[in-house]
Design a protein. Structure first.
Length: 146
């Protein structure tokens, strides 16, 4: 859990990407994958899980893609990670030592980490992305007045 190179980090980055590049029109999954340097086929299951969890809203068709299902300030990193945890397949049967000793400690640490991540919103991450120069340039109307 909470591996910055893993699927959780990619999912958070994908939601921030949709927040930055989405607007009235949905953002295509292939475009998100391209910007994140991911394989579209690998990213799509994550986007679908986020859609099922109500974090993203998806639409099909030629102009289909993903939008945020709620305001950026209302989506936390903890909610994104929980959405993926709920969609993960069951793992193998664990040895008794892991089940009785290690897994409870892991769950406790994970709960504390998620509590911290519940305090971080997509809005905050989108602002950091903009400060880092990773956000698209806003559409500025051209004024022809002299």
């Amino acid at each position: 859990m909470l591996d910055v190179t893993g699927r959780e980090a990619i999912a958070v980055a994908a939601v921030v990407d949709v927040a930055l590049h989405g607007g009235a029109d949905p953002v295509g999954g292939a475009m998100v994958a391209e910007r994140l340097g991911q394989n579209p086929r690998g990213l799509e299951p994550l986007l679908q899980a986020l859609s099922r969890a109500g974090i993203l809203a998806s639409s099909r068709g030629r102009r289909g893609g993903y939008k945020l299902a709620r305001a950026r300030r209302d989506i936390t990193v903890g909610a994104i990670i929980r959405a993926l945890d709920e969609s993960a397949p069951a793992g193998p049967e664990l040895p008794p030592m892991v089940r009785a000793v290690v897994a409870p400690a892991w769950r406790e640490a994970g709960a504390k980490a998620l509590a911290t991540l519940d305090g971080i919103t997509v809005e905050q991450l989108a602002r950091k992305a903009a400060q880092a120069g990773l956000a698209p340039e806003p559409d500025v109307p051209i004024t022809y007045a002299i």
